[in-house]
Design a protein around this ligand. Structure first.
Ligand code: DC
Length: 212
């Protein structure tokens, strides 16, 4: 079984995905974390963010040396490791937030992320922007989460040391950039995460799944 949960930035995708996956006893995959890790790699090594080739060469060289970026889909939260190093804590900085859409716009990089995800064996729940439309169009169940920019900024400001106005402005900009490179699947069930508690929203998703 494959379940996809796509949604806009800070729509609650990770928390909802992790709760649903736990209830279904399947792993969840955070595709955004792989885009973040690639962005971190480019920033760390001073590589172009608008030319995929140097970045892909770096990722290939790491892979060949047994140091490739690897997604670890733990039930408690996804991690990305490079060899023996857990990079996860470095991937949610304001700098990565601001650059990740640019890197995610590179088609070759999207192919790299998609290949990593498609190499994994179902069952799983895949979370991101284009999981139901592009990466796993054959998924059994597809969802799309949304909420107003103000609601999402209110959530994210709890995780970032920034004002709600600047977080909201950054989210709107990222929405525009992300929308150009990823669209939700037309057959996804749309769920507003702006009202209702996390357990209620997880319950709404589970209600669509057979036997739940
Ligand atoms: O879900 P997130 O906010 O951690 O994702 C980080 C960025 O990665 C997001 O701004 C857009 C990009 N992304 C994407 O383009 N396609 C995906 N499937 C997942 C994320």
């Amino acid at each position: 079984m494959i379940v996809t949960i796509d949604g806009v930035a800070a729509s609650g995708k990770s928390s909802v995905s992790s709760g649903v996956a736990r209830a279904l006893r399947i792993p969840y995959l955070s595709s955004g974390l792989l885009y973040r890790a690639a962005t971190w790699a480019a920033l760390q090594h001073g590589l172009s963010l608008t030319d995929a080739q140097p970045l892909l060469s770096l990722l290939d060289a790491w892979e060949a040396a047994g140091q490739g970026l690897k997604l670890r889909p733990l039930p408690t939260g996804n991690q990305v490791w490079q060899g023996e190093h857990d990079l996860t804590a470095l991937l949610h900085t304001a700098e990565v937030d601001a650059r990740v859409s640019t890197v995610a716009a590179l088609p070759e990089l999207r192919d790299w992320v998609n290949a990593q995800l498609r190499a994994l064996t179902p069952p799983f729940l895949a979370e991101g922007r284009d999981m139901g439309s592009t990466v796993f169009p054959q998924a059994d169940h597809k969802f799309f989460l949304y909420a107003s920019p103000r609601v999402r900024a209110g959530r994210r400001v709890l995780e970032r040391d920034q004002s709600i106005e600047s977080v909201e402005a950054a989210l709107k900009l990222r929405d525009e950039q992300d929308a150009r490179q990823s669209a939700p699947a037309p057959d996804a069930v749309r769920i507003d995460t702006g009202s209702g508690t996390l357990p209620e929203i997880i319950g709404q998703v589970l209600a669509y799944l057979p036997g739940r």
